[in-house]
Unconditional design. Sequence first.
Length: 411
Amino acid sequence: MKGSSRLVAFLGIIVIMAGVFAWTTPGLVKDIKLGLDLKGGFEVLYEASPLEGGVEVTQESLKQTAKSLEERIDSKGITEPEITTEGSNRIRVKLAGVTNEDEVRDMLKKPVNLTFRNPQGETVLTGTDFVQNGADVVRDELGNPMITIKLKDAKKFEDVTTKLIGQKMSIYLDDTMLSDPMVNYAIPGGTAQISGNYTLEEAKKLRDTINLGALPLKLTEKYTQSVGAKLGEQSLHQTVEAGIIGSAIVLVFLIILFRVPGVVAGITVISYVWLLLLVFKLMNATLTLPGIAAFVLGVGMAVDANIIMYERIKEEIRSGKSLLSSLKAGSKNSLRTIMDANITNIIASVVLYVIGNGAIRGFALTMIFSILVSIVTNIFFSRFLIHLLIRSNKFKKPSYYGVKEEEIRAL
């Protein structure tokens, strides 16, 4: 009775898994973000340099410029841009699903520029007139947040404010007006004050924006790559098709070579693929062609773990041990070999992730998670399923495990 219950448990697990996979997989595949090499779009690598009269490029100004680029892209309605800084003076921009490439590129390469303008729209001060990181948030006598800005030339600012007494001096970042304060009197001392009905968060945001505008950077294209939407879709279909065909051939080979354990290997590999898709969705990761390559390579490594364990089990069966003893001994003897190989691959992938960039980091990250998922599904889950089948007493013949009777040595 116990044997039958274990077989029922095995079949129940398979049925539940099949139902969950069939129900959730279309949604998982649909929700995974695709990179520009699969969805189409373009990638640009910019080199940042200071405009005339500006300060040197720093990590802070580079990050703030990248943030400004993201805000520009958001204003165009482009979803999920990938913008990263590289080295000491470079910014990489990846935009998937973009069709108006020239328009977006023209928008991106414009320098981030802060300007103070008079009522006629004429620029009276630019970002190079302000001290680096010279904007700060303070509170007035009533405790309301306000922004102070330090200028390099106090006399110039006093002359500008003298001419604008009784008028507004608008503050713009690019073509977006940040504030429109009234000039009530000439301001000496080289420090401007911007007051209004700001919350503390709004005042801090305006301060950061002004500090960014005081560090205008010129962006020069060093590298660009464009992928058409149709070409990206074609690459995705061909890669996925190749992966499915290759995996199917490998699984058929496993069933022929190992029989029952081969069937279990097929189940655990399918579990591995589903679980890795789930990890991708939970991480909100972007899938690229190198990521798919790592995905398919991970399937090969998962199969390899099964082969090592099943070969050890076959060796134990040939030595004359019972099936259950062979499973325990084979699993134990193979675990160290499999874990050594996986840990080595994780270390190599971590190194690639640390020193690499772009597609290399995506490949490395996919490899790391595929190895971790493989350990769960193709070592421990595989062993659990075979244990259920052996304890069911329905698959007692050595031939079910790829071992011929004449190969077994008597103890």
